[in-house]
Design a protein around this ligand. Structure first.
Ligand SMILES: [Zn+2]
Ligand SMILES: [Zn+2]
Length: 117
């Protein structure tokens, strides 16, 4: 089986979570003490192509909604020590048959990310 022949298929597999946990590279932006975005990169556990996923931790629309105390409290909570199960969807740049307008191979997996611990 060559990766190029892998058909696009929207699916997930618990095994991929395990594989991705060992191969994924996680970076926190702008820094680890107050992350606003989690960037997960690494090989897709299904097609093995490089893929990158960005997971926003703060919903700016909400944060900007009010400049009041509540908004600031929510913002602070979002940037404190925490963890997130990030759902990563393959977005590799390779062409998979039957993908149509979609990118990647259709695989999705979950990566558990912790920060500030
Ligand atoms: Zn791929
Ligand atoms: Zn893939």
């Amino acid at each position: 089986m060559t990766d190029q022949q892998l058909l696009y298929r929207a699916e997930s597999d618990p095994d991929w979570n395990t594989v991705a946990a060992g191969t994924a590279r996680v970076t926190l932006h702008p820094d680890e003490s107050a992350p606003e975005v989690i960037v997960v990169s690494g090989p897709c556990p299904r097609c093995h192509h490089e893929t990158v996923h960005a997971e926003p931790l703060i919903t700016y629309a909400n944060a900007l909604d009010g400049s009041g105390l509540l908004a600031r409290l929510l913002l602070r909570r979002a940037t404190a020590t925490g963890s997130r199960d990030v759902e990563v969807i393959c977005a590799c740049t390779a062409t998979h048959p039957e993908a149509g307008e979609r990118s990647g191979c259709g695989a999705s997996w979950v990566l558990h990310v912790e920060w500030g611990v």
